[in-house]
Design a protein around this ligand. Sequence first.
Ligand code: PLP
Length: 452
Amino acid sequence: MKLDSQKLRDRDNASVWHPFTAMSEYRHEQAPIIVEANGFHLTDADGKRYLDGHSSLWCNIHGHRVPAIDAAIRNQLDRVAHSTLLGLSNEPSIELADELVRRTPADLTKVFYSDCGAAGVEVALKIAYQYYQQRSNQPQQRDKFIYFDGAYHGDTIGTMSIGSISRFKNLYSPLLFPAVWTSVPSASPDDPDREQQQLDHWSQELDRLLTLHQGTIAGVVIEPLVQAAAGIKVQAAGFLGRVRAITKKHDTLLIADEIAVGFGRTGTLFACEQESVSPDILILSKGLTGGYLPLAATLVTDPIYEAFLGDPWLGRTFYHGHTYTGNPLACAAALASLRLIDEHHVLSNVRRLECALKRELEPLKAHPQVETIRQQGTMVGIELSDGGKPFSPERRIGHHVTLACRQRGVVVRNIAEVLVLMPAPAMPESLVIELCQVVRDSIADVLPPSAC
Ligand SMILES: Cc1ncc(COP(=O)(O)O)c(C=O)c1O
């Protein structure tokens, strides 16, 4: 059936409000309307194909229309699409919890489901807050969290309170709860001495803050190894391990948000593995279902879970839940995705892609307006600048580069002047080479080196 793309676009403009999208501009951009997908390509209503260069917003793992995941969802659909976890259970959610406990760091033993990354983080904050009040040894009222410069954990009121990207947060400041801010040492591959100095400095600062606020901090919330929404900011190696040691020393929970970095993107199944860290609370979402369906999981340790046990009338229950918590279709997709990660050796592929991205983007380093390229695994941020200074925001340089990529048949997104590439962990190397070629050409289109 031939689709009338202009009619769809008119209806889109008439009734859909797009997230994180400047609508007055979007309405004139003739954005692709995706009608189908296959493998690592999306097809729009005009029949044009696009390489999915950002894993459909950082969640796709194996590509689209993957037969094994499609079949798992269809099989589950033939049994039951949804039944609540409030007081009942369902088979895929049990199996998935088992798998997650088996694959995540050793101390994590219990899984609480929700529906999106932000909800999974909210769950973590509420659990941490309640845990300290209910633990048998030394119950305490702890109502503060520590978060890091560049942090992004979602757009709900709680997650914005521990987020630090001002353009997402400042407008809502009066609605947010106070939290304690600190910074994070960046990786400086060209200056190891500086990296070490920063690592020592910010570790000592975290230690100082936990001493200063002794007994009031319920958790330190971190995106392990990479802050994605900050523009793929890679942390100094060793910082995560230091944060674990410092939080243990101060008897404070370490809350690891692996929503963006989980499921292979950094080179290991979970980023925490790279520094042998077992957090007290771990949050997963995005890639959990292979990028098919909304689902989040908040994993906790035995001591945390046990603080919520007791006779029902004691009020120790965790009073939190969502209608679609532990949805069987989403859990079935997640189980199929985990199996494919093993069967298709996806982690080895990530290591191949990591090298290919490095090699293929290397020529960009000579471009006068490419400030820096940050990379960890298949996560890449290409920061553009006007000779070391930020471009004026009205020029919307990053956005124009993404439009140039789109013209050439590649979908990627920018965060201000950082172009973010995040090919799916299972993407073939040949497509990653094509992605890099298009990105190089598109940057040259918008910022011709000869004109600099
Ligand atoms: C690290 C991190 N945490 C939380 C979130 C929020 O997830 P969601 O958009 O599913 O609410 C994101 C989304 O990009 C993220 O990158």
